[in-house]
Design a protein around this ligand. Structure first.
Ligand code: SF4
Ligand code: SF4
Length: 373
């Protein structure tokens, strides 16, 4: 297992692989965590050096905290670290924060919480955390002063400017952001990482395998990676991509079964960061993957003026690209919010003449309209 020193106190050491408990094994036919199977995978991870276990008040209807706490309680308290999170979306008062925090303390039943986070800062929730009239942060600071919280931080899905603003509010002990090689290329992940690094805030990674999306890409790109590392999983590339980032303290993986836990432990036992050659091959694979599941629309809107059906073509392209990358038919539900969409296309072709990217827009409209969802 790879261990990292906690930058704010090198006496603290964390396994670089952390266990996310938001997708614990479930009881068949329900969304409830299976306590026996969950304990088995938590025990395996613990036995192989994992010492950071992450949950949240809202995970698995509140049962994740309970199951995680029950599984870990048999071990010496100082030998593992638990994280949980305070949701910001319904916080109206300090009393709300107090109630949720106390409930988490009861569910975990571990005496104190090692890492406590303001959960999922974004443009919509940030005010609830920062509003002095609500007083969430002073309350959390008080809990820390009383020893109920050991490290105080936040997780973020915010844009970089909001992240910087929130991260600069106080001397946070850590922060958690979504980071993986695909978002590094297509999203603001690199900028977010660099903001936290610049501010000296040790970073915990969530979604290193992008909710499982990077466990397999396309047959062609998987083959490129397998040719270099035939005995390693495709998911292992996602972890290894992150291993050379010095400001990371823990890379959380939401593990759902023993096979995943064993594969992840093996990656962190046996592998190091990607070599320069492997990085180049991964970049090539990501580029190929993107070009096979997305269209190169730049949003210039040259195609829009002559469309008799007034379809917002670049918006449709953007939705299709999200669908391609995430492979989730749910992304396409955004099409229903458009006044006119692919189903209204009459195939006149006047848009395609204007497209500098040579996208066959009428054919694509037909294809999108036919996707089952
Ligand atoms: S082909 Fe479809 S999208 Fe393009 S201009 Fe005609 S109706 Fe609009
Ligand atoms: S003209 Fe082509 S690149 Fe420009 S917005 Fe339309 S589809 Fe996209």
């Amino acid at each position: 297992m790879i261990f990292r020193d906690y930058a704010k106190n090198p006496a603290e050491k964390y396994a670089l692989l952390g266990m996310g408990c938001m997708r614990l094994p479930t009881i068949p036919g329900t969304q409830e965590p299976d306590p026996v199977k969950s304990e088995e995978i938590i025990d395996y991870a613990y036995a192989h050096g994992v010492n950071y276990f992450d949950s949240a008040y809202v995970y698995m209807g509140g049962k994740s905290e309970v199951v995680m706490g029950n599984a870990l309680r048999k071990y010496p308290r100082e030998s593992f670290h638990v994280a949980s999170k305070l949701p910001g979306w319904n916080l109206k008062s300090r009393a709300d924060a107090e109630r949720i925090f106390n409930e988490t303390m009861e569910r975990l039943n571990l005496g104190y919480i090692d890492f406590y986070l303001c959960h999922g800062i974004n443009e919509g929730s940030v005010d609830a955390f920062t509003d002095p009239a609500v007083g969430v942060i002073p309350f959390l600071e008080q809990m820390k002063a009383e020893g109920k919280i050991k490290h105080l931080g936040f997780s973020s899905h915010a844009k970089p400017e909001t992240l910087r603003r929130f991260a600069s509010l106080r001397d946070w002990d850590f922060a958690q952001i979504q980071m993986n090689y695909l978002d590094w290329e297509i999203s603001t992940t690199r900028e977010e990482y660099e903001i936290l690094e610049e501010l000296g805030i040790p970073t915990v990674v969530m979604e290193p395998v992008r909710g499982g999306r990077l466990a397999t890409l396309t047959p062609e790109t998987d083959a490129m990676l397998k040719a270099l590392e035939p005995d390693r999983s495709i998911a292992s590339w996602a972890f290894r991509f992150l291993m050379d980032k010095p400001n990371l303290m823990v890379i959380l993986s939401g593990m759902s079964n023993m096979e995943q836990v064993m594969d992840n432990v093996r990656t962190f036992d046996e592998c190091g960061p990607l070599s320069e050659k492997e990085k180049a091959v991964l970049k090539e694979a990501v580029d190929k993957f993107r070009s096979s599941v997305t269209v190169p629309c730049t949003g210039c809107r040259y195609c829009c003026d002559d469309c008799p059906m007034q379809i917002d073509i670049p918006k449709v392209m953007s939705i299709y690209n999200d669908y391609g990358v995430n492979r989730s038919p749910r992304e396409l539900s955004q099409l229903d919010e458009l006044t006119t969409g692919p189903k209204d296309c009459v195939g006149c072709g006047s848009c395609a003449h204007h497209c500098p990217q040579n996208i066959d827009i009428p054919a694509l409209m037909k294809k999108i309209a036919a996707i089952e969802r």
